[in-house]
Write a protein that binds this ligand. Sequence first.
Ligand SMILES: Nc1ncnc2c1ncn2[C@@H]1O[C@H](COP(=O)(O)OP(=O)(O)OP(=O)(O)O)[C@@H](O)[C@H]1O
Ligand SMILES: [Mn+2]
Ligand SMILES: [Mn+2]
Length: 652
Amino acid sequence: MVEPNTCFRGCCSSERIRLHFPPSSYSLISTIARGSESTVFEARLQGRKVVAKKPILSTSENLDKFHRELQLLCKLDHPGLAKLVAAHARPPNYMFFFEFYEMGSLAHKLHVEEWSPTVDEALVIAYDLAKALQYMHELGVVHRDVKPGNILLDSKFRTHLADFGLSSYMKDLKHVSLENWKSSGKPTGGFHKKNMVGTLIYMAPEILRKDIHTEKSDVYSFSISINELLTGVVPYTDLRAEAQAHTVLEMSYTEQQLTAAVVSGLRPVLVQSKPRLPTSLVALIQRCWDSNPVFRPSFYEITKELDEIMKDVIKTGVEKPSEVLSSSLRSQYQNGLNSLPGFQEELNWFDQGELTSKKAHDGNKIMKLWPSSLHEPLQYQPTLSWGSFAACGRREKMEDTHFLLPQMCNEKDIHVFGIFDGHRGAAAAEFSARALPGFLKRSGYNSSPSKALCEAFVNTDIAFRKELTSHCNSKRVTKKDWHPGCTALTALIVRNKLFVANAGDCRAILCRSGHPFPMSKEHLASCNEERNRVMSEGMEVTWMVDTWRVGAAALQVTRSIGDDDLKPAVTAVPEIIETFLSAIDEFLVMASDGLWDVMSNEEVIAIIRDTVKEPTMCSKRLVTEAIERGSLDNITAIVVFLQPVSTAERVY
Ligand SMILES: Nc1ncnc2c1ncn2[C@@H]1O[C@H](COP(=O)(O)OP(=O)(O)OP(=O)(O)O)[C@@H](O)[C@H]1O
Ligand SMILES: [Mn+2]
Ligand SMILES: [Mn+2]
C-alpha cells in the first residue's frame, strides 16, 4: 500500500519533499546544537549527510506549531533560505531534515572563529540575506528571528537563512506582548540561549514596545546583523569573542535597561574603520535601524541599493562566488594602497604613552598621594559611581580617547578621569590617555593636586613631542607636515575636593543643586583673552571662513597637547577650576566638544535626570542623543555620580 505524502494529520503535503520515511532510512549521528525548543543533529538520511532538527514536543501546542512550521517550509523555496530536504511528520518521530551547511552559523564564524570578512564578502552576505527576506515578504511571511545565529553559510560562503520557528504569515499576527512572546516562540540560540538580554539585541524598538511585528521589524534585525558582520563585535559589548561578550552583556544591562535604551534610540556602535567601506552602505544600515519603521526601506529597496553599492565597489556584477570577488577586489585594493603616501609605519601611540607613563612614576609604593591632614575637620564624603561611552559618530576616524582611573594608586578616595580630543590624527590623544596618569602620579607625591595636574599636562606634552620627533627621525617618515595634537580635560577628586584641569574645548559641568555649574572654560581663538594671549606669544590669529584660527594650521583651539608647529603659543598649560563637593552636588559630566556642539548644559542635565541612574547608560544616552541631533564630530562622555544612587532609581 502506498501511503500518501502527507503528515499524520493530513494538513501538510508536498510534491517536492518527502514527509515520512521508514525508521531504517535515517539515523542521528551527533548533536550539533541544543536549543530551547529543539535539538539539532548531524544525521544521515538514505545515505546522505543532513541536519535533523528535532523539536521538543511536550504539549499539543508544540505539535500544532510543528505542523504550522512544516506547512510553511513546504511552501518556501529559495536559494537564500535553509533548504528543507525532507521531514518526518508521524508519531512517534517528528523532525525536519535540512541541507547540511558545513560552515555553520555566522555567529559562530564571527565570535568563535573571529572571522573578519572583507567589505565585499560582507556585501555578498548582506545581498543574499536581503534577497531571501524579500522573497519571504513577497509571500506575506515575516521571519521574526533574523540574527547571525540563524544565518548559515555553505562552503562557498553563500548565505542560507534558517530557523523558521517564529516565522508567520503577517495576516495571522496579532499583537504579541513581550510576556506572551517570552512564553511562546522566543528567539533563542547561539550563545544567547540562556539569557534574554542577548536575544533582545536584534529586536526592533516597536517589538520591545509590544507592537506588532511587521516586515520592517525584519529590516531592523537585518541591519543589526549586518553591522555586527562588518564590525565583528557583539552588539552593545565592544567585544568580538563570544564568551567575554556574553558576560559583558549580562553585566552591563538588565533586560529592562536594554529595552529602555533601545526604545530611546540606543544602537550598536556603527561600523567605521574598514578598508573600502562605502559610506552608502553605512548610511543604508542607519536607515534600516531607524526608530520609525516607516522610514526603514523595504527589502525590495535594500536589494536594489545593495546592488548599486556592489556595482560601485566592484565593476563586475554580483552573481559570482565571493572568492572571485575577494581576489579581484584585493588586487584593486592593493593597487590603491601602493599609490598612497608612506603612512604605513604607524606607531601604536597608546603603547608609547603607557611606556612613558611607567617610566614617569616608576611604581613608587612608599609615598602616599596627597595625605589628609589630621587637623582637617570631618569631611563630606562623596559616594562615586562612574561610566563612559565614546562613539566615532559621523566622522571617518575616531580621534577621541579617554581614561577612567578610580581609586588611583589604591587610594579609596582619590579618582581621576580624562578625555582627549585629537586633531590632525589620533596620535596625541592616544599617547596622552595613557601617559598623563603616570605624570600625575609622579607629580602628586610632592606637589599639590592643582600643581600636579598642571605639571602632568605640561610633561605629557613635552614627552609626546619628544616621542614624535624621535619617531619621525628614526623611521625617516615621509610625513613632513605631521603635527598631531589633542585637547585635554582631566577631573581629579581628592576626598571632598574636585579639581578640573582643561586645555582646549572639552567641557566639564557639575550638577549642583539641580543646575549646571561650569568646571571648565573653553580655549578658543574666538575668545578675546585667548586670542590676545596667543598673539602676544608671536603667533598669528586670522579670521578664516567662519571663525578665528591660529597659525598656518588654522587651529580653532588655543591650548593643547602636541601641535608642535604652534608651540609655545598654543600652550599645554591647563586652566584649573577647583571646588569643594557637598551634598548639593549630584553628578559630574565631562565630554568632548562633539557633545556640547549640539547640547546645552541644561539639556545634558535634563537628559541624565530622565535616564536610568547608571553612569554608563547615562553616558551612552548622551552620546546617542548627540548623534541623533546631528553632531558631526567624535563624541566622548564620562558621567560620575557623586551620591549613592538608590536601587529603585537604577531600574528604569
Ligand atoms: N542546516 C544546518 N546546517 C548546519 N548547521 C545548522 C543547520 N541548522 C542548524 N544548524 C546549527 O544549529 C544551530 C541551531 O539551529 P536552529 O536555530 O535552527 O535551532 P533552534 O532550536 O531554533 O535554535 P534557537 O531557536 O535556540 O536558535 C544553528 O545556530 C546552527 O549552528
Ligand atoms: Mn529558533
Ligand atoms: Mn536559531
